[in-house]
Design a protein around this ligand. Structure first.
Ligand SMILES: Nc1ncnc2c1ncn2[C@@H]1O[C@H](COP(=O)(O)OP(=O)(O)OP(=O)(O)O)[C@@H](O)[C@H]1O
Ligand SMILES: [Mg+2]
Length: 412
């Protein structure tokens, strides 16, 4: 096997920074992990940097660990962007096909995308992605790759994803201060989707929710492409806070109670069962019922699922999601989460850990690493290096274009 391209992923989350180094097999695009580093974070709140120094220290320590395991110096990385400032909208661009033969060329596709991106986005926001979802050629919808087709009119349906300029600058600044260049910014939810969704789910229609510590990243897909992305300012740390208040204890003990004895679905709990002795010691001898704990957790998790449901409605009330909801992120490890999700949303729900990687995967096949693994897979799927604008990471056209871009990168 011949490993060529090296890709670095950096996910600066509310609870941890993850740096991963992947080597991409030039034959089939598969990713082998050769380096990884994880460090706890204290400088973020709800996915956004609130303390530069603390965040830089965490990034440095995760990067140093990834450098040690890989034996490589990490110069640039594909970086995840989270936070409640992320928003998306659909936009359509239409152009007359130029050229005498009326054959759609790459320039026509670029012009159509330019028109789609020209919708007004407030000045204090950065456009992160322009993702072509569908091409319409002389009114005919569902064209994957219009290049070479004869037509008078070309339309492109795109998803524009944008975020607040200030939080994006602060994140980029922390990464630069840790001596890493930001190669590309990818919205966390779209990265997580790369790691956990199957192609069939994407085609059928599916939602992915990455429940982290401070936020829940959401992305909705239909016919293979994302049509809505959003971030809810709620995550596992809110559940932990509720447990601390409800059971009158510290955040540290509440976190242990949640992870070791918690459940989002009180229906699964024996009402006579008490919290185990080891945990009761931490609670100074008190032995609350597990049901009490589960009821506190359920209330907050129900709210999170209700908000996910509202966001699915906002994404398109008429869009159906036959493949349901795929849950990932650390919050998806909570016992009973999928059961509660099914009850609230009336959709199929499954919990997923990231897949599609080889090499040093120890500990990485875990929902907490969906975003970081997904960044590596994103870099393979949407190779942005041929794009003039580094923030524009979408493929130029359909599958054929992606393959061309990919081959161009492998055999420059
Ligand atoms: N076994 C478990 N059971 C329940 N919750 C868990 C478990 N393991 C981790 N968590 C929760 O998952 C959350 C951390 O998830 P994750 O590592 O995905 O967050 P993050 O990426 O750092 O944060 P964010 O994406 O919000 O910026 C914490 O709130 C933690 O309590
Ligand atoms: Mg996260």
């Amino acid at each position: 096997m011949d490993y060529e391209a090296t890709v670095v992923a950096l996910d600066v989350g509310t609870s941890k920074v993850v740096a991963l180094v992947g080597e991409v097999d030039r034959a089939d695009g598969s990713v082998r992990i050769v380096g990884k580093g994880v460090a706890p974070t204290t400088g973020l709140k709800k996915g956004q940097v609130i303390n530069i120094d603390q965040t830089v220290t965490s990034i440095r320590s995760a990067v140093a660990a990834a450098e040690t395991t890989s034996g490589l110096r990490l110069e640039a990385a594909v970086v995840a962007v989270g936070g409640n400032h992320i928003e998306s909208r659909n936009s359509r661009g239409m152009v007359a096909v130029s050229g005498q033969q009326r054959e759609v060329g790459r320039e026509d596709v670029e012009r159509a995308k330019e028109v789609a991106r020209s919708v007004s986005i407030p000045a204090n926001r950065d456009l992160l992605h322009i993702i072509p979802r569908d091409f319409i050629v002389d009114g005919q919808e569902g064209v994957n790759d219009p290049i070479g087709m004869t037509a008078l009119r070309l339309e492109v349906e795109t998803l524009l994803v944008h975020g607040g300029a200030t939080p994006i600058q602060n994140l980029s600044k922390c990464i630069r201060l840790a001596d890493v260049r930001v190669d590309e910014l990818v919205v966390s939810g779209l990265a997580s989707a790369e790691a956990v969704l199957t192609e069939t789910e994407r085609e059928l229609g599916v939602a992915v929710a990455d429940i982290g510590a401070g936020t829940t990243d959401l992305a909705l897909f239909i016919e293979g492409s994302p049509f809505h992305a959003a971030v809810l300012p709620l995550g596992g740390s809110h559940v932990t806070n509720d447990v601390a208040i409800g059971l009158k204890t510290t955040i540290g003990i509440a976190e242990r109670l949640k992870v070791e004895a918690g459940s989002a679905d009180p229906r699964l709990i024996d009402p006579t069962e008490q919290i185990s002795l080891a945990l009761a010691d931490e609670l100074e001898g008190r032995m609350p019922y597990r049901l009490e704990l589960a009821e506190v957790i359920e209330a907050r998790m129900r709210e999170i699922f209700e908000k996910i449901g509202e966001e699915i409605e906002r994404g398109g009330p008429n869009q159906r999601l036959p493949a349901g909801l795929v849950l990932t992120g650390g919050g998806a490890l909570l016992a009973g989460a999928a059961d509660l999700g099914r009850e609230v949303l009336q959709l199929p729900v499954r919990v997923a850990a990231p897949g599609g990687i080889g090499g040093l995967t120890d500990g990485l096949i875990d929902p907490r690493f969906a975003t970081s693994v997904g960044l590596l897979r994103w870099a393979v799927r949407y190779d942005g290096s041929a794009e003039p604008n580094r923030f524009e990471t979408a493929p130029v056209g359909g599958m054929a274009d992606r393959v061309r871009t990919w081959l161009g990168r492998l055999f420059p």
